[in-house]
Design a protein around this ligand. Structure first.
Ligand code: AMP
Ligand code: ZN
Length: 113
C-alpha cells in the first residue's frame, strides 16, 4: 500500500536491519528498542491491524508465529521472549500495517502497564 511505512520497509524503499525473511514474512530490528533484543515482524501483505484478520489472510499470521520460533532459535533466545501486537489507538498501535513485536533479553514484567 502506498504511504505505508512497513510496506516501504518490505520493498527496501526505507532501510532496515533485517533479522529474518521468507516468502510471507519480513522481520527487522525496531528503531526504538524496548528490550536488548527487539524485532518487528510483519506480513508481506498489507493488513491494517488485528481487527482485519480473516479467513483469507490468517495464514500470514500463522507464518509470523512460525517465524517467531525460527528467530528465537536463530538469536538463541533460550531464556524466553514476549510477542506483542498493539491494535488500534487504545492498544498503542502507531503504524497501520499489522506487526508483532518480539522482545527479549531482559526480564519483562506482567502486567505490562
Ligand atoms: P506500534 O507502536 O505497535 O505501532 O509499533 C510500531 C513500531 O515501529 C515502534 O516500536 C517503532 O519504534 C517502530 N518503527 C517505526 N519506524 C521504524 C523504522 N523506520 N524502522 C524500524 N522500526 C520502526
Ligand atoms: Zn503496509
Amino acid at each position: 500500500m502506498q504511504n505505508c511505512l512497513f510496506c516501504k520497509i518490505i520493498k527496501g524503499e526505507i532501510p532496515s536491519t533485517k533479522v529474518y525473511e521468507d516468502e510471507f514474512v519480513y522481520a527487522f530490528l525496531d528503531i526504538e528498542p524496548q528490550a536488548p533484543f527487539h524485532a518487528v515482524i510483519v506480513p508481506k501483505i498489507h493488513i491494517k491491524s488485528a481487527d482485519e484478520i480473516n479467513t483469507e489472510n490468517s495464514m500470514y499470521i500463522a507464518k509470523i508465529f512460525e517465524a517467531v520460533a525460527k528467530i528465537a532459535k536463530q538469536e538463541n533466545l533460550e531464556n524466553g521472549y514476549r510477542v506483542v501486537n498493539n491494535c488500534g489507538a487504545d492498544g498503542g498501535q502507531t503504524v497501520g500495517h499489522i506487526h508483532f513485536h518480539l522482545l527479549a533479553r531482559r526480564n519483562l514484567q506482567w502486567p505490562p502497564g
